[in-house]
Design a protein. Structure first.
Length: 494
């Protein structure tokens, strides 16, 4: 629709020049004097010539919205500021300069906040210099090493205990030393600190070449004691008699507790069944038994006597794959431990002597030797389900020894007993000359080993009832006598 007062006739005047596509600050930008002095006029001429040739509108630069997404780049967001060089680099002073600055500040009577800006240090630094000068004199303004000094920061008692354990058991690593140090001495030292101290004493890490395993091991572990037992046979030669003997063992899978063993001159199936019967009589029957394909456990035709015995007792038998000893890895590892720590260097007189000494080693393995596969506990802790209580007792012992070291420089010799009686957890520890029995509900009973005289009778002074006679009185009296005579009975009990 057209306006009758303004006819639509083409105008002969040139259109206004388009905005310059050059960015501000570029060499060709007319705002900064770049390019031609009459850059804006030249642009207008170009646009005018294009319009005169018949173009309806002048050409305009494309906007960012009109460009493809891959051609549009995001602007990097950065925050920068320029500072003088003396501010960017931190000033350092020697002892003489610190003394001069401190003397000038004290003479000026200016506040530390005002004076610090004049010399290029903080007010906190001025206060620190003044405190060090008041405590140590000019020597306090000398340069000091930052961070902990070289060398181990373990206590002398802990260092001696580490060296003694390492000399007696050179095959123990820093993890085993950490576990045994806390269990036997009540001292705390991380495995890394033990390793660094041993390096300071001249020990080096020896790289032992190993062969890569063809297959990745698949680990398993039962969740409770007596759910699964592993059994296997081991053989060695008595050196004096040049006689081969056979050892059978049954190990609890969850706790690594050796529930039964038998050492005989032959590897008959009757020997294996006899050992199983004795282990069940001592520790109860398991739910399952894991065996290999040996003739003592399995036959190719029918059922073996061992399988029939398990069926009569309601125990399930699990047979490992042939030529795959990794399935029985826990008891296989025990055979290696027993060989390295007992059988390899021992010279047994006869079969009876070997049986007795292996029994002693198994007791040590079950009740005293820590196991890295069960978080540094001993197998008995897990088998009797007292591991949490034992760990708590050990931590309290370490805390007590840390206090003794800080106050007196000498650790207290450990004395504690922790375990289960029936379905109840108990712990027995020493506090000075008193023996404290702590029950599962937190109640405590104390016996003073240094007290003289008999116990108070019921209905005596104050009408306070005394515990009366107890079956433990004889053992406690022996323990008191052993402590007074200096015998190691208390240490053996731990």
């Amino acid at each position: 629709m057209t306006d009758p007062q303004h006819p639509t006739t083409p105008s002969r005047e040139p259109l206004a020049p388009p905005p310059s596509p050059l960015p501000v600050g570029s060499p060709q930008s007319p705002e900064l004097g770049g390019g031609q002095p009459d850059g804006g006029v030249a642009a207008g001429r170009v646009a005018d010539s294009e319009v005169r040739r018949g173009d309806p509108t002048p050409a305009s630069p494309p906007l960012a919205d009109d460009l493809p997404s891959e051609l549009v780049t995001r602007r990097r967001q950065k925050t920068r500021r320029r500072v003088p060089v003396e501010v960017a680099t931190r000033a350092t002073f020697n002892a003489r300069e610190r003394l001069l600055i401190l003397d000038t500040w004290l003479r000026s009577k200016l506040p530390a906040k005002d004076f610090s800006g004049l010399v290029g240090v903080s007010a906190h630094t001025l206060y620190k210099w003044r405190q060090r000068f008041e405590e140590e004199g000019p020597a306090g303004l000398e340069d000091r090493q930052k961070g902990p000094g070289p060398g181990s920061r373990l206590s002398e008692e802990t260092k001696r205990a580490i060296l003694m354990m390492k000399q007696v058991h050179p095959e123990w690593g820093q993890d085993r030393l950490h576990s045994m140090l806390m269990r036997t001495q009540g001292l705390s030292a991380s495995p890394g600190a033990i390793g660094r101290y041993l390096e300071e004493q001249g020990y080096v890490v020896e790289e032992t070449p190993t062969k890569p395993h063809p297959d990745k091991p698949r680990r398993f572990e039962r969740s409770k004691p007596n759910q699964l037992w592993q059994t296997d046979l081991f053989t060695f030669v008595l050196k004096r008699q040049n006689r081969r003997v056979h050892l059978v063992g049954f190990m609890d899978d969850y706790s690594r507790f050796l529930v039964g063993f038998g050492l005989h001159a032959s590897s008959s199936g009757a020997m294996v069944r006899e050992t199983l019967e004795a282990a069940i009589a001592n520790h109860g029957a398991p739910d399952e038994v894991l065996t290999d394909n040996g003739t003592q456990y399995k036959t190719w035709r029918g059922k073996s006597a061992f399988t029939k015995l398990l069926e009569r007792r309601g125990i399930k038998q699990i047979v490992a794959s042939p030529r795959h000893p990794q399935t029985l890895g826990k008891i296989e590892r025990f055979w290696g431990t027993m060989w390295r720590e007992c059988v390899q260097q021992a010279v047994f007189r006869d079969l009876d002597d070997a049986r007795e000494r292996i029994r002693l080693f198994i007791d040590h393995y079950n009740f005293q030797r820590t196991h890295s596969g069960i978080d540094g506990s001993v197998p008995a802790d897990r088998f009797f389900e007292s591991a949490p209580q034992v760990l708590q007792t050990l931590r309290e012992q370490v805390k007590t020894n840390a206090k003794e070291l800080a106050q007196n420089g000498q650790p207290r010799k450990p004395f504690y007993l922790t375990g289960r009686v029936g379905d109840s957890n108990i712990s027995l520890h020493a506090e000075g000359e008193r023996v404290v029995l702590t029950k599962e509900d937190g109640s405590r009973e104390e016996v003073d080993l240094g007290a003289t005289g008999r116990r108070a009778e019921v209905g005596g002074e104050g009408d306070v009832e005394a515990p009366g006679e107890s079956p433990l009185d004889g053992a406690l009296r022996d323990l008191r006598d052993g402590l007074s005579d200096g015998s190691p009975s208390a240490e053996d009990a731990s």
